[in-house]
Design a protein around this ligand. Structure first.
Ligand code: SAH
Length: 274
């Protein structure tokens, strides 16, 4: 059975620990009262986190642990704190009927809101008036952006992903977010950006990678209706210029940065009809 590197922290403020280990890319955290266990992909990431916690909280007790629990991801992510980005809150369980509270179950689908790239998109979506808009979310993962777009007023939303597990997981998350305005206005489809043409929408979101965005730029641009908007994320600060060049047919309207990641928002001219 595979084991997963984890770090157990006792005697420290849990929120502070989570903030300090964030740079090491934790996969999840499990809160057990006085102790907090944070899970990592690799022992190297754990060492980076350990050093950061030791420096920030010299009085905390740190213990390396190897976890052989197949369900560790679900168990640990269930305890991740809610994420608030503007008007949207992303949580693993519902606390209010407010549709702006987006419930995303921890699972294999990327996008619990705990990654800066997702947060950059959630913030960018709120800069737009989504009323009457159609939205296409390319690489939907957990479906978080698609579900949030509908909650923010979009008329119709389609999320696509090339990973069948993501599509299944997005549909499961959709069921946890009843639509207050009714109707089946959010859908998820299996589609590979590299192989299949994308349907067009007024607003397109694509939280992928800088390299993939550059390669797929013509297809992504083609999916944005003239006069519409494109929100890109998953771009490292070092990839920013290359991505802006690949999308130079569009007007760069806004950019934001978080944790070394860049989010870019573009407008496609209403006259750009070819
Ligand atoms: N939109 C979510 C998830 C982003 S992670 C969020 O913002 O948090 C990126 C997602 O893109 C993954 O689910 C991955 O499966 C998907 N993806 C990667 N390459 C793709 C491709 N060629 N076509 C479609 N989806 C792709």
């Amino acid at each position: 059975m595979p084991t997963y590197p984890a770090l157990q922290i006792d005697g420290a403020d849990h929120d502070l620990v989570l903030a300090v280990v964030d740079d090491a890319g934790p996969l999840g955290a499990e809160d057990r009262g006085t102790s907090l266990t944070v899970f990592f992909q690799t022992p190297t990431e754990r060492s980076v986190a350990r050093a950061a916690v030791a420096q920030a909280m010299p009085h905390a007790t740190l213990t390396d642990r190897e976890i052989d629990d197949e369900d560790w991801a679900r168990r640990s992510q269930e305890n991740l704190p809610p994420i608030v980005v503007g008007r949207i809150t992303v949580r693993s369980t519902r606390s209010t009927p407010d549709p702006l509270e987006v419930v995303i179950q921890p699972s294999m689908g990327f996008g619990t809101g705990h990654h800066a790239t997702t947060r950059l998109c959630l913030a960018a979506l709120q800069r737009l008036d989504l009323g009457n808009c159609t939205v296409l979310d390319v690489g939907t993962g957990s479906g978080v952006l698609a579900i949030a777009a509908r909650a923010l007023g979009a008329d119709r939303v389609l999320g696509v992903d090339h990973d069948p597990d993501a599509v299944r997981c997005a549909a499961e998350n959709l069921a946890l977010n009843p639509d207050p305005r009714g109707g089946n206005r959010v859908a998820f489809e299996l589609r590979d950006l590299a192989r299949n043409a994308l349907p067009s929408a007024t607003v397109v979101t694509a939280n992928l990678t800088g390299a993939l965005l550059c390669r797929a730029a013509p297809s992504v641009i083609g999916a944005v209706k003239p006069g519409g908007y494109l929100i890109l994320s998953g771009i490292l600060a070092t990839e920013r210029d290359e991505v802006v060049t690949a999308f130079s047919r569009l007007q760069l309207e806004n950019e934001a940065a978080e944790d070394g990641w860049v989010g870019l928002s573009f407008n496609r001219s209403i006259h750009d009809t070819v």
